[in-house]
Design a protein around this ligand. Structure first.
Ligand SMILES: *Cc1c(COP(=O)(O)O)cnc(C)c1O
Length: 421
């Protein structure tokens, strides 16, 4: 459920007509709903009620500081995957002890900055990383709290580019080698081994893979405790999927996911962390774009939008589906026609949808891409020297631009010309 609904025939973001924002900031742009962000965070938080827990928002999904602050004020921690994200979270007011550092390639510099700045834990992904962490912690006179990310060899049944829990993926250490690697970590002077981490992929639309993975983590917890490790925290990752095609998808609910967590690891007395990204911000954002031209092609009509693959890359990169709806609600039974919906970028990959049934649209009409709040703005680029599009946050009947569109001068002046030219 989200707060982008038609009211009196026009699409609203909470209480604000989307067309009003378009008139003020120009298209294309992203708009996020505070109520939807908070609703989704609270769903997770409530689903873990009765267990000591922290919901760490995986901020790579949408990392504008206004979004981070909204969630942090509601009690969220953050999962970061680079020191840039760490700095951004801190700038948004998130304390270090609520920030978890994940990622397969943390550099010594990144580790040093997070250690000296304050960090809840490092989720270590390999033995060489463990050695660097131990060395850097020694250099700065700190003890680094760690979990080790285990790869449970579970098929997440999701898109290959976002599956992370199979043995052939680059993530974590094979669960079969976990006891050996934990023993190495336990012997390292500057590490405090506090728990286990697992994250098997993104956009999971069934609970069964989580159940398999968490059962393996539970078993490992018992073994590691027998080996003498004080395992007291389990980071169970993120990955719960969202419905992109509203009409025919119903992924599992956070409540059922919470029940699964209690069932599989609840008896262990560990503090639970989860790292949802997509399910918190995905349906809390839409991308709004204007139809520039309606072009009749050979046997097909194209809707050419002012938004493009550089603004929302998911269709080009993951063959992702997004519901695309007109800002003006079509009359019931309105005539529909199939369109190829494309952007202006000079490659055929810049296609959002093929032969999508839409009400008849004209140049100047506005459309909204639903479920664009996760892995949307954060993955945008300036390809074709197109400015990064603005981000807007709505809260009830108020809205604010939370990232402005850069001017062409700002973009162009970032280049520097060498002296020999
Ligand atoms: C990407 C990622 C997440 C978030 O995944 P979602 O599918 O957005 O919930 C959580 N943890 C780690 C380690 C990740 O890499």
């Amino acid at each position: 459920m989200d707060h982008f609904l038609y009211r009196d025939g026009v699409l609203h973001a909470e209480d604000v007509p989307v067309a009003d924002i378009a008139a003020a900031v120009g298209t294309p742009f992203y708009v996020y709903s505070t109520a939807t962000l908070l609703r989704h965070f609270t769903l997770f938080d409530d689903a873990l009620n009765g267990m000591d827990h922290l919901v760490c928002y995986a901020m790579k999904a949408a990392s504008n500081q206004a979004i981070l602050k909204t969630l942090a004020q509601a009690g969220a921690g953050m999962d970061v995957v680079s020191v840039g994200e760490y700095a951004r979270a801190r700038a948004a007011g998130v304390p270090g002890d609520k920030i978890v550092f994940s990622g397969v390639g943390k550099t010594a510099d990144e580790i040093r900055m997070a250690l000296t700045g304050g960090i809840r834990q490092f989720n270590v992904e390999s033995e060489p990383e463990m050695e660097v962490l131990n060395r850097v912690a020694g250099e700065v006179g700190a003890v680094a709290p760690i979990t080790i990310r285990v790869n449970p060899d579970v098929d997440a049944k999701t898109h290959a580019k976002i599956a992370t829990g199979k043995s052939e993926n680059k993530f974590g250490i094979p669960i079969a080698r976990a006891r050996e690697v934990y023993a190495m970590a336990g012997a390292m002077e500057n590490l405090d081994v506090i728990g286990i981490d697992v994250h098997i992929g993104s956009q999971l639309t069934e609970l069964a893979p989580f159940e398999l993975a968490y059962a393996k983590v539970a078993e490992l917890t018992v073994q590691l405790r027998e080996d003498g490790h004080n395992i007291r925290r389990l980071d169970l990752g993120g990955g719960l999927g969202i419905p992109y095609a509203r009409s025919n998808e119903a992924p599992p609910l956070p409540t059922d996911y919470g029940a699964l967590i209690k069932r599989t690891v609840g008896h262990l007395g560990c503090e639970i962390e989860i790292e949802p990204g997509r399910l918190i911000s995905g349906n809390a954002g839409i991308m709004v774009s204007e139809v520039i031209y309606v072009k009749s092609g050979e046997g097909r009509d194209f809707l050419i939008l002012d938004g493009a693959m550089n603004d929302l890359i998911r269709p080009a990169m993951y063959e992702a589906y997004h519901d695309i709806v007109p800002i003006i609600e079509p009359a019931p039974g309105a005539e529909q026609a199939p369109y190829d919906i494309v952007g202006p970028v000079c490659e055929s990959g810049d296609t959002f949808a093929k032969q999508r049934m839409m009400p008849r649209l004209n140049a100047g009409d506005l459309v909204a891409f639903r479920s664009a709040g996760a892995y949307g703005a954060v993955m945008s680029s300036e390809y074709n020297t197109r400015p990064l599009i603005p981000e807007v946050l709505v809260n009830g009947d108020q809205y604010a631009v939370i990232r402005a569109r850069p001017t062409f001068d700002e973009m162009i002046n970032r280049d520097t010309i060498p002296g020999w030219l």
